[in-house]
Design a protein around this ligand. Sequence first.
Ligand SMILES: [Zn+2]
Length: 274
Amino acid sequence: MSHSLETKTNLVTDNQQEKANSLSITNKCSNTLLKANPAGISTMIWLRDEEYLLYRAPYWGLTLDIANLNYRCYSCNKDGITEHNPYHLLGCNKRTAQFTQRHDHVKFLHTKAFQTIGCSARCEVLPFDAPYQMLKPDIDWIAPDSTRHLFDVSIIHPHSKTHLKDAASQPLKALFTAAHKKESKYKQASVNIKSSFHALVFDTYGNVAPQTQEFYIWLRAIARENMSLESADTLVNTLEYDTACAIARHNSRMLLQEDARQEMCFHSASSLHL
Ligand SMILES: [Zn+2]
């Protein structure tokens, strides 16, 4: 009895997944969903109670209804994979369609906010010449003060192989590293065309990278110069809240494996017609 307890304690202490989880759920300063007071925020997206519960379930150690009998991931078709790692469903590398939908939703929210503040904001641009012509920032924005800003959006999963070590070491370290990598990648190319680059990096918990938090402070200042104080604050608060809600909503769908199962139904229906 005492031996099994000790073994369990060692497992928990050494478990990087648990460490990453506990460091990620305590960042109230960087997690819009945790710190937000939805009352008073005029927002496009409302998170339903069941979506919020589903989204938080693996982080709170709840099983809810996210595990099927065989603990199967319908995307990579592996049985047993979610039993000991419920986070797999948010990071399975066979879920590229869902990752793209979530990424594009967050990109759309930011593009719309930039357009509201003023001047032009475009998506999927190719602003760089050789040797950087392969770099494709997500958004290109000319701000009202005529400065040019390029953005790339990324939503990382702290429990994935790439980020787990950082995520388990210090709060926000995985986010900081991911944003820093993007900044390094785009730095010289952006300087060459007299623009600034900003990494918009979030994690699946709704935490925001320190560099992105700094950008939001600057964005609020620019918005205040070009709109009424109240409109500017509402716009930035709404952007932060809607981004967190969008990530949570897409995550809850991924945990339910809705897309993968719909695809399976579609494929089996198609095969019936052949
Ligand atoms: Zn999988």
